[in-house]
Write a protein that binds this ligand. Structure first.
Ligand code: AMP
Ligand code: ZN
Length: 478
């Protein structure tokens, strides 16, 4: 379980509001036991590399996770779908078993997440390691009449579950269309019923023994079984992209609530899509970029993360290279500011004007994130402060305590949004290094050794070693 340093102020806990897909409304959120948020997010199907559309959803969930962890403890579970029709098809084509086929994609997914500073959930659950729990859930559904056998497969009987459609707000007619979209070759009582356990059709398909015959689990079932195993019967939060609402999450509710008789999830939170020229970025459309594609083109992971964070999760985001360049420019503004701030010559004490600008920025930042994760407004608060401080810095009126407080707050911003460039990136050009060294030498001439030591340490933190010789100060990068 994880909890970051709280920094939301005394009222922070009361104020978080999140849009719950179940009600379509923003509702105040507090974990059911008031202490630990139990959250489940649908993980990737590891049949290929994920694209940055998928990563947008994982970044949104990471922002949610980080914000929750500033208020409460969090127990976050994410599944890895390592058994699925696409994986089976491709593993058969390549002559591998499913594990050796999917393992490199699973590893690549975690590499991508690390590059984008997406924190790891406390528990990661590969579907293939939870088959007994899935079999158990099917048994319960069979016993209570919610599931039935047709041929050698097991299906969920949607007509037994009156609340079906509540999450996606689809009426009966639309559900029938939905069932056709969810094309499944298996026979069933009603076209909208969905499969829980699939009997193998090809001798090369992987299979597990079960009391109701050998086979493999359906995708929807995997998430219900794993979520309830690790988080209990009622979760605080379940997230995913909007395309998961129907049929995946609707089916998860039907399976779980039929088995337990309790509400499965209190808050359903869904992230909007990343688009390319107005269309959803998707593997099937061929209009996608992987993280690797963009890194090869010379973009930095932080620029990609910044772009994804800069638009609130509930709004569609159109991916463009101009957008990435704007992200780079915004990060440059932050870098320039931090460089100026850390190298400025300042007097001791605190300028009250800066102190009050900072406290307003902090409040606005927290309020924006509490307002259904309004990340664009949170970033706006940061840039307003940067603008104000730049003016004060130019006038030489920023003081030592202001600097310390601002730097402390930037650490908090980074804990929440993970978009602050690392200190070692601040000094980029030789010119900047020379300027810092000149400032240090001036401080030494004035016998201001506190400042000269601080600048030496700053240079060191940024990977620049300096050496004082009779000919002057020499420097090199580590
Ligand atoms: P999948 O591996 O297809 O199940 O997708 C993994 C996650 O990425 C799910 O939560 C999807 O909702 C999400 N997703 C897929 N395409 C996009 C997109 N273009 N933009 C944002 N999220 C997406
Ligand atoms: Zn899922």
């Amino acid at each position: 379980m994880y909890r970051s340093d709280p920094d939301g102020g005394p009222d922070a806990k009361k104020m978080l509001r999140l849009t719950n897909t179940l009600t379509g409304e923003q509702e105040p959120f507090v974990p059911q036991d008031k202490q630990t948020v139990r959250m489940y997010t649908c993980g990737p199907t590891v049949y290929d590399f994920v694209h940055i559309g998928n990563l947008r959803t994982y970044v949104f969930e990471d922002i949610l996770r980080r914000h929750l962890a500033s208020k409460w403890t969090i127990k976050h579970v994410m599944n890895i779908t390592d058994i699925d029709d696409k994986i089976i098809k491709r593993s058969i084509e390549t002559g591998k078993d499913i594990k050796s086929y999917s393992a490199p994609y699973s590893a690549a997914f975690f590499e991508d997440c690390e590059k984008l500073k997406i924190q790891k959930p406390e528990i990661i659950t590969p579907a293939t390691e939870h088959i007994p729990e899935m079999i158990d859930l099917i048994n319960r559904l069979l016993e209570s009449g919610y599931a039935y056998r047709e041929g050698d497969s097991i299906y969920y009987r949607i007509s037994r579950f009156p609340n079906y459609g509540r999450l996606s707000k689809l009426d009966r007619r639309e559900l029938k269309i939905g069932a056709r979209i969810d094309a499944d070759e298996y026979e069933k009582e009603e076209p909208r019923d969905f499969v829980l356990w699939k009997a193998p059709k090809d001798p090369r398909e992987p299979r597990w023994e079960a009391p109701f015959g050998e086979g493999r689990p359906g995708w929807h079932l995997e998430c219900s079984a794993m979520a309830m195993k690790h988080l209990g019967e009622t979760l605080d939060i379940h997230c995913g992209g909007v395309d998961n609402i129907f049929p995946h999450h609707e089916n998860e509710i039907a399976q779980s609530e039929a088995a337990t008789g309790r509400p499965f999830v209190r808050f359903w939170i869904h992230g909007e899509h990343l688009l390319v020229e107005g269309e959803k970025m998707a593997k099937s459309k061929g209009n996608f970029f992987t993280l690797r594609d963009l890194l090869e083109k010379g973009y930095e992971p932080l620029e990609i993360r910044y772009l994804l964070v800069s638009v609130r999760y509930r709004k569609q985001l159109n991916f463009t290279f101009d957008g990435l360049r704007e992200a780079r420019a915004a990060l440059d503004r932050i870098k320039e500011f931090l460089f100026r701030l850390t190298t400025a010559k300042v007097k001791a004490g605190s300028n009250p004007k800066v102190a009050s600008a900072l406290s307003r920025a902090r409040e606005e930042f927290e309020a924006a994130l509490d307002d259904d994760l309004n990340t664009s407004a949170a970033l706006a608060a940061v840039f307003v402060l940067i603008g104000e401080c730049n003016i004060v810095l130019s006038a030489g009126e920023l003081q030592e305590d202001n600097r310390a407080e601002i730097l402390k707050w930037f650490k908090v911003i980074d804990q929440r949004l993970a978009i602050i460039p690392p200190m070692e990136q601040l000094v980029q050009s030789d010119q900047e290094v020379e300027a810092l060294i000149a400032r240090r030498n001036e401080a030494r001439r004035n016998r201001d050794f506190a400042t000269s030591d601080r600048i030496r340490q700053e240079l060191l933190d940024r990977g620049v070693l300096i050496e004082d010789t009779r000919e002057g100060t020499r420097w090199r990068r580590k």
